[in-house]
Design a protein around this ligand. Structure first.
Ligand code: C2E
Ligand code: MG
Ligand code: MG
Length: 768
């Protein structure tokens, strides 16, 4: 029962949720990664560029130091310089070749010369020669460069690439000079401003005998001022290289403390960096971010839709599952759901072992068709609903109720051990003690119940269901409001019925049918006046099968109108050959319902050439249970054709005398059960006499069926029966035997027997 779907039982699909999470997560991570990569690449590109720019500036400064030394070298390494500065100083020479030359040609700002004892001998600054002592104002600031030149070390100055020394190696002619010369260049803080300070020894370049020990030293100071930096900018293609006291700010501005080689800092070196990563950060990044956000939104929307669609699908599936397992009218589980639940219960019982039972009940509403036909389908539907509802109220929590369709319901109940629950049969009876109220109609119903139980009546649900159905069939036969337990005998008769069903279809094609004829004797003349055609089935395996067995089956499976037609044709053909006797033919109600009987009879009259006045058609009371205008019209039409109509088996149906009055039959056949009962004392005698009088009063001839003895014959004749039919005269015979029988029949000897018998009876006082 647990697995029968409940209403609105939609469940979200875990796979889809997981998928949504994975997709969402992946998109988020991928987006974050992409943005990170862009940001990193942009920043990295900017940083690398700044480093490269810094290295280029540094390099350019080193080149400047080397260039300044080169410029000094052009005058310091010179025989004339040694002669005219050291040996016989010539101020004019020194001015034009040192002070003026270096400042004006190369832009040095200050030029000094010191002697072997580092005493100043020459000073040139502010566009003019100064007293040599002017050097003293600079001595401390340039002392490290001077000392390094003298000692060959670096005198505590910061290391810097020495391009000048590098270049000298290429000059072959300077080899001698290089052996004696020394120099030093650095960037120092001079007068609180950065400056290139270079020092180089003044030595001969050709006549090395001129060399004095220790040599004089030429010193230059060249400030790194705005002009210098402007040139640097143009040379390096780095815009706006400037030097400021304070730190500059700006988006693309690099402003770094400028530390001179003597480890002093007096300001900041600034420049505008190219920022190659900027397009990445300002254009690509926003675009990508927008794209990523858009994509994420799109993804989110799509996933949401997908989840919603999937949820709707689940809901629809659940509804479909529910509908597939339930009956739409009563809302009860349907047959497949019942089978599933019953199988689960049975499996449960079998797994747990130690016995237990399971009962399956099939039930239907008695006379549901009548109610439906009389009160309409609308009420019929309401009845089904109310019936199911009422049952559910009365059944216990362990009873499973289902509707199989139409007015068919089923219950199963499984239990282990002893049950104190009321038996299903009494529950069902109790449930319908009170009438059902359907749209203002109080309808009293009863139900028939067929029961089968595990394990006695079957070990599979399939078998149990089949057997409960068979039991229901039997319960129905017992009348309204009955319950019946399955028995093996029921199954056997049902099986036989099924076999007959199968064989009947073949029999009609295989000419296994034949007609026998039973003579009917006139009670007045004792002559054979008629013969009743009776259908015979000679089954190739089972032998003769009685029409009372196979005709109801043929009616049930819709074969009777075809079979009846065959009988009509065969019997009317015979009747045409026997002009002296009447032929009576049995008609099934099916022949009235399924075909246009009147037309068919007209055709057969034409075909066989029979006179309808010599044919009696027998109908049963069953046909008149629900006499519709159509049936009445057909009966009248048949009669108008000239046929006589007999009412067969009178007294066995739900005889209502009203239709006898309403419709005049030509003949009334008293059922043989009454005839056989007259030999016993009792009310049968009175009934039979009354029926005969009634028939006569209504203008009908009366036929006594089942006359088996001479006593029956005499009695029926005495009471006024017009015709006699029964084994006493003859059993039903094949056509040729009937002819032979008629030939050998001696009505006088029959009359004699009757006279003897009636004398005997009268003397015994049994008749009269
Ligand atoms: P029915 O029309 O009442 O036919 C009389 C039945 O009583 C026949 O049974 C007949 O053999 C039997 N019978 C006659 N005399 C005696 C007797 O003295 N004692 C006893 N015990 N029985 C006697 P049958 O031939 O087995 O037919 C049974 C029923 O089947 C018929 O009852 C009739 O209702 C139906 N039937 C037979 N042939 C046809 C047919 O061609 N069409 C239709 N629609 N029904 C047929
Ligand atoms: Mg009959
Ligand atoms: Mg009969």
């Amino acid at each position: 029962m647990r697995d029968i779907p409940k209403k609105n039982e939609a469940r979200p699909r875990p796979n889809l949720r997981r998928l949504a999470q994975v997709v969402g997560g992946t998109v988020a991570v991928a987006s974050a990664l992409l943005i990170c990569v862009i940001v990193y690449t942009g920043i990295k590109a900017n940083r690398t560029e700044v480093q490269a720019e810094r290295a280029r500036i540094e390099n350019a400064l080193n080149q400047s130091v080397a260039r300044t030394l080169d410029q000094q070298k052009s005058v310091a390494w010179w025989d004339d310089a040694v002669r005219l500065i050291v040996d016989t100083p010539d101020p004019g020479f020194i001015d034009s070749n040192f002070g003026i030359f270096l400042t004006e040609t190369y832009g040095h700002d200050e030029v000094y010369i010191v002697n072997s004892q580092n005493e100043p001998v020459y000073a040139y600054r502010d566009q003019g020669r100064q007293e040599p002592d002017a050097f003293e104002t600079r001595r401390q600031e340039v002392l490290q460069v001077l000392t390094a030149t003298r000692t060959g070390g670096n005198a505590g100055l910061a290391e810097r690439d020495d391009f000048f020394s590098e270049r000298q190696k290429h000059y072959e002619v300077l080899k001698k000079v290089l052996g004696v010369a020394s120099w030093q260049g650095a960037i120092l803080t001079v007068d609180e401003k950065p400056a290139i300070v270079t020092a180089i020894t003044i030595v001969p370049n050709v006549d090395m005998t001129l060399l004095r020990q220790p040599p004089y030293v030429l010193l230059s100071v060249d400030w790194i001022d705005a002009d210098f930096l402007k040139q640097l900018s143009q040379f390096l293609l780095i815009p706006d290289i400037t030097f400021t006291a304070g730190q500059n700010t700006g988006a693309a501005t690099i402003s770094e403390a400028f530390v001179t080689d003597d480890n002093l800092s007096t300001g900041y070196l600034n420049w505008t960096t190219k920022r190659p990563g900027q397009p990445l950060l300002t254009i690509v990044l926003p675009l990508v971010a927008v794209a990523v956000i858009g994509l994420s939104l799109l993804c989110a929307v799509m996933l949401r839709r997908l989840i919603r669609a999937s949820n709707e699908l689940s809901a629809r599936e659940a509804a479909a599952r529910y509908e597939a397992a339930h009956d739409s009218l009563s809302k009860l589980p349907n047959r497949p759901a019942f089978v599933l639940a019953a199988n689960q219960a049975l499996n449960g019982l079998q797994e747990r072992g130690r016995g237990g039972s399971l009962t399956i009940g099939y039930l239907d509403v008695d006379r549901f068709k009548d109610i439906n036909d009389t009160l309409g389908h609308h009420i019929g539907d309401g009845l089904i609903k109310a019936f199911g509802e009422r049952l559910r109220q009365h059944l216990g929590p362990h009873d499973f109720l289902a509707r199989f369709g139409g007015d068919e319901f089923a219950i199963f109940r499984s239990r282990r051990g002893v049950s104190f629950a009321k038996p299903l049969a009494s529950l069902v009876v109790e449930a319908f003690e009170q009438p059902l109220l359907i749209e203002g109609h109080e309808i009293t119903v009863t139900a028939s119940l067929g029961l089968a139980q595990f394990p006695e009546h079957g070990t599979s649900i399939e078998d149990l269901m089949r057997h409960a159905d068979i039991a229901l069939y039997e319960a129905k036969r017992l009348g309204r409001g009955h319950a019946a337990w399955f028995t093996t005998q029921m199954a056997a008769s049902l099986r036989q019925k099924r076999e007959i069903e199968m064989d009947l279809l073949e029999a009609l094609n295989g000419e296994q049918f034949d007609l026998h004829y039973q003579p009917i004797i006139s009670a007045r003349s004792n002559r054979i006046v008629a013969a009743e055609a009776l259908l015979r089935w000679n089954h190739p395996v089972k032998g003769m099968i009685s029409p009372s067995v196979f005709i109801p089956i043929a009616e049930e499976i819709g074969l009777m109108s075809k079979l009846g037609d065959w009988v009509l044709k065969r019997a009317m053909t015979s009747a045409a050959l026997w002009p002296d006797i009447e032929v009576t033919i049995n008609l099934s109600p099916a022949q009235f319902y399924q075909s246009d009987l009147e037309i068919r009879l007209r055709e057969l009259i034409a075909e066989t050439g029979v006179s309808p006045t010599m044919v009696t058609l027998e109908i049963t009371e069953g046909l008149l249970l629900e006499p519709s205008p159509r049936i009445m019209a057909t009966l009248q039409a048949i009669r108008d054709l000239g046929f006589q109509i007999a009412l067969d088996d009178f007294g066995t149906g739900f005889s209502s005398l009203s239709y006898l009055v309403e419709y005049r039959f030509d003949k009334l056949k008293i059922d043989r059960s009454f005839v056989s009962a007259i030999s016993q004392a009792g009310s049968a005698q009175t009934v039979v006499q009354a029926v005969i009088r009634l028939g006569h009063a209504l203008g009908m001839e009366v036929v006594a069926e089942g006359v088996e003895t001479v006593t029956d014959s005499v009695t029926m004749r005495f009471w006024g029966s017009d015709h006699l039919q029964g084994y006493f005269f003859s059993r039903p015979l094949p056509a040729d035997e009937l002819i032979a029988f008629i030939g050998s029949y001696n009505s006088s000897s029959v009359a004699l027997q009757f006279d003897e018998a009636s004398n005997l009876l009268q003397s015994n006082g049994n008749v009269g």
